[in-house]
Design a protein around this ligand. Structure first.
Ligand code: SF4
Ligand code: SF4
Length: 379
């Protein structure tokens, strides 16, 4: 394992970290074996954004007395409602969930992350309310070691860093995201093909992070696995896992590439990065090839939740993506999974809550209709 300093913090974190989201809903045995394998291979940073008590407790239990050796990235404002992920800035709710993660992880969270600051509204709800006072209180009272934040929007991340408050950032980084243009530059892009150059706003963010020593933990390193799959990659040639890791770690501001491994084997596949040759890590040939738009593609992150109709939007997209690979030959198992969902695309009443929350501009309402059209009972 390679260790990197996390920006202006005094922490040395493993260049590959574990984003634990994909362990949510898994058995304790699976959580334990995945975490044990990660720790045995030097991983020392875990992202725990999930609000659920069971997954938090399973992670803490599998760490056991190794908790003190591990850097836990915990999120302030990540909450739940009706078994779905939610974001809250309502202090009693925020405090309830953060007290819970503090209790579970021994009264201390190494990186206290202001959760999900993607829009002007998010910014105001954090910095112009008592939310920010609560975060500062957590730091001054020693409940958190460092203040960080998570974002998917380079313009908002720049704005937050310029407040001078955060010491680090969790940001979505992979070549597809770096190349899709942020809002202010989008007019110059053709519908079907982008230039292959980095979005200027993202370049500005990374430069600012370097200058201000804001260390980044990278999320969505594999684009929810889509970059490595021939049928989903936006590039003519899929990247490999080590190439995606190498891309993130080539960014000088990035201290750790977080991977959402679900099994011990996936951890082993990720840490192979340290054993292979430089030429195997080289991603340039894939990036030089034809590029299709990745924007609007769901990465199953659940940030659009909660849905008032109770739809598991990420799950619907997973089934829809598979179905669209060959819509004339949809696997029966996919139809079965879709029909077993408690709420499906037909329950969508187009309220639009989800679309305003999705950081990746996914046309969710249209996709709910599409899912129902090709997977629903009357399809
Ligand atoms: S629709 Fe958007 S927010 Fe929802 S899971 Fe997909 S990418 Fe994430
Ligand atoms: S638009 Fe549809 S899928 Fe989105 S939150 Fe509203 S009901 Fe749910």
């Amino acid at each position: 394992m390679l260790f990197r300093r996390l920006g202006k913090t005094d922490l040395k974190i493993s260049a590959i970290g574990l984003g634990c989201e994909n362990l949510d809903g898994k058995t304790y045995a699976q959580v334990e074996s995945t975490i044990n394998t990660a720790l045995e291979h030097g991983v020392n940073i875990l992202d725990v954004f999930m609000p659920g008590k069971e997954i938090r407790e399973n992670i803490a239990k599998s760490l056991g007395n190794r908790r003190k050796d591990i850097i836990v990235q915990g999120h302030i404002g990540s909450t739940g409602v009706r078994q779905q992920y939610d974001i809250s800035r309502h202090i009693p709710t925020v405090r309830r969930y953060f007290d819970d993660i503090l209790r579970i992880f021994g009264g201390y969270i190494d990186l206290g992350m202001m959760f999900f600051i993607d829009s002007e509204e998010d910014y105001k709800e954090v910095f112009e309310t008592e939310f920010v006072t609560y975060v500062e209180h957590l730091k001054t009272q020693g409940y958190i070691g460092h203040i960080g934040f998570s974002s998917h929007n380079p313009a908002m991340a720049i704005k937050v860093i310029k407040t001078g408050l955060p010491e680090m950032l969790m940001f979505s980084i992979n070549p597809a995201f770096d190349m899709f243009l942020s809002e202010e530059h989008r007019e110059d892009a053709s519908e079907c093909e982008l230039s292959g150059a980095m979005d200027p706003k993202r370049a500005e963010l990374y430069e600012l992070c370097k200058q201000e020593q804001i260390g980044i933990t990278a999320m969505k390193t594999l684009g929810a696995g889509k970059l490595i799959l021939p049928e989903h990659t936006p590039f003519a040639k899929p990247l490999t896992v080590p190439q995606c890791i190498h891309y993130a770690l080539s960014n000088p501001a990035v201290a750790s590439a977080l991977l959402g491994c679900q099994t011990a084997d996936e951890v082993l596949d990720a840490v192979r990065y340290f054993e292979i040759s430089e030429s195997e890590k080289d991603y340039s040939a894939s990036l030089g090839s034809t590029y299709r738009r990745f924007e609007g593609s769901c990465v199953y992150c659940n940030h659009c939740q909660p849905c008032p109709a109770g739809i598991d939007i990420a799950a619907v997209h997973k089934y829809l993506d598979i179905a669209l690979l060959d819509s004339d030959n949809i696997p029966p198992s996919i139809r079965c999974h879709y029909s077993n969902l408690a709420h499906s695309g037909s329950d969508c009443f187009a309220c639009g809550n989800c679309e305003s929350r999705c950081p990746f501009n996914v046309p969710i309402i249209r996709n709910m209709e599409e899912a129902e059209r090709i997977l629903g009972e009357n399809s």
